[in-house]
Design a protein around this ligand. Structure first.
Ligand code: SF4
Ligand code: SF4
Length: 85
């Protein structure tokens, strides 16, 4: 089955620490750090459902398709990235 991997991407500069994504994540993946910015604390538990992206009012967390080959069993390889602009 064809597919693309997805990356969970956080833009720390746009995060205002409102905790909406933390509250809505069904997998308890996200936390706020000491600077009140979201961090991906448990990427291994992420279901890549996109709820965090949907709920964030500041576009600070995004689920993006990435061009990388899928693994042999067809499952997309999970990735996450944190960047600052
Ligand atoms: S994609 Fe879904 S499971 Fe992953 S961090 Fe966002 S809300 Fe949580
Ligand atoms: S919903 Fe957006 S602005 Fe609020 S804590 Fe999460 S990433 Fe930051």
């Amino acid at each position: 089955m064809a597919g693309h991997a997805k990356a969970l991407v956080v833009n720390r500069n746009w995060c205002k620490g409102c905790r909406i994504c933390v509250a809505f994540c069904p997998q308890d993946v996200l936390e706020l750090d000491g600077e009140e910015k979201v961090v991906i604390a448990r990427i291994g538990d992420c279901a890549y459902c996109g709820l965090c992206e949907l709920r964030c009012p500041d576009l600070a967390i995004l689920l993006q398709p990435i061009d990388s080959p899928i693994v042999a069993d067809g499952a997309a390889e999970p990735r996450h990235e944190i960047f600052t602009v």
